[in-house]
Write a protein that binds this ligand. Structure first.
Ligand code: AMP
Ligand code: MN
Ligand code: MN
Ligand code: MN
Length: 278
């Protein structure tokens, strides 16, 4: 199997490495091709494409779109997108616009818990106010000694159901898939094992995603525990999805797996990249 890694972040969203540093890391780990899939933004793609040319590895332009599906936040990765597509740009723009207001509310919630001025501190760690994510708040909470690590920041304060969680409406699933496809991209359901859905909802999610034009699901990802791979491999085969593979890398010390170092996809699966001309 070729070593494609199709889900990674940079400083353009909530990663710690610049697009160039990410690509250079992926070329050292032996990836044949890598996708940059920042949250709701494509601003890092030009730099990453240039770095990939220089490093001599394949590059897949991507994005990870935030979606609200009923009570659940889903992430849909778009691969082989055209960042110049007007429909995609407008869609992503509308999502980013919502991040600032949400971040202010997260800051207010943290202030009530006794952590003052987290909004400004998180903003200092982010690219700009429209890219503020919970990850930036989590990093700041670690920095100021409120928690031991990022995971603890989510577990104690920022995850759904915790006191600084602020619910927010992201894009509709239907729109996210439409924007990705309108830009010539392939829609991939990111880390389906992270949503904590009961079997009936899981089936419903997969059916709807397929009906809307979703082409693939992530099976092997740094956001699944290895013991989850078999379930999502089965689901991909059962629902007729192509399979994707990606580290969901955010940076040194923050991710279980470096880009290009995941297990291969099982031979029974059809890799999403096998449908692309390259
Ligand atoms: P946001 O889009 O601002 O809600 O932030 C979502 C990001 O937060 C995800 O892409 C992850 O990088 C990170 N994240 C979410 N949940 C967790 C968690 N339980 N532990 C660590 N990171 C998390
Ligand atoms: Mn993230
Ligand atoms: Mn995600
Ligand atoms: Mn991600």
């Amino acid at each position: 199997m070729e070593n494609f890694d199709l889900h990674n972040h940079s400083t353009s969203s909530d990663g710690l490495l610049s697009p160039t540093e990410l690509i250079e890391l992926a070329s050292r780990t032996g990836a044949d091709a890598i996708a940059l899939t920042d949250h709701d933004t494509t601003t890092g793609l030009a730099e990453a494409a240039e770095a990939a040319r220089a490093a001599g590895i394949g590059f897949v332009p991507g994005v990870e779109v935030s979606v609200t599906w009923g009570e659940t936040v889903l992430h849909v990765v778009g691969l082989q997108i055209d960042p110049e597509s007007a429909e995609l740009r407008q869609g992503l723009d509308s999502i980013r616009a919502g991040r600032l207001g949400r971040a202010k509310r997260i800051g207010d919630a943290l202030a009530k818990l006794g952590f003052e001025k987290t909004f400004d501190a998180a903003l200092a760690l982010a690219k700009d106010e429209r890219m503020l994510s919970r990850t930036h708040f989590a990093r700041h909470l670690v920095e100021r000694g409120a928690v031991r690590d990022i995971q603890a920041a989510f577990d104690k304060y920022l995850a759904k159901g915790k006191p600084a969680y602020v619910s927010h409406r992201w894009a509709e699933l239907e729109n996210a898939v439409r924007w990705i496809r309108a830009s010539g991209g392939t829609a991939v359901l990111a880390h389906p094992g992270r949503y904590d859905l009961k079997p009936m909802m899981r089936e419903e999610m997969l059916k709807q995603f397929k009906a809307l034009g979703g082409a693939a699901i992530e099976v092997v990802t740094g956001s699944h525990r290895p013991e989850q791979y078999a379930l999502w491999q089965r689901e991909a085969l059962e629902h007729g999805f192509l399979a994707s593979r990606g580290a969901d890398y955010h940076g040194p010390g923050e991710s279980p797996c470096e880009p290009g170092r995941l297990a291969p996809l099982h031979g029974s699966l059809t890799p999403v990249w096998s449908t692309w001309a390259h």
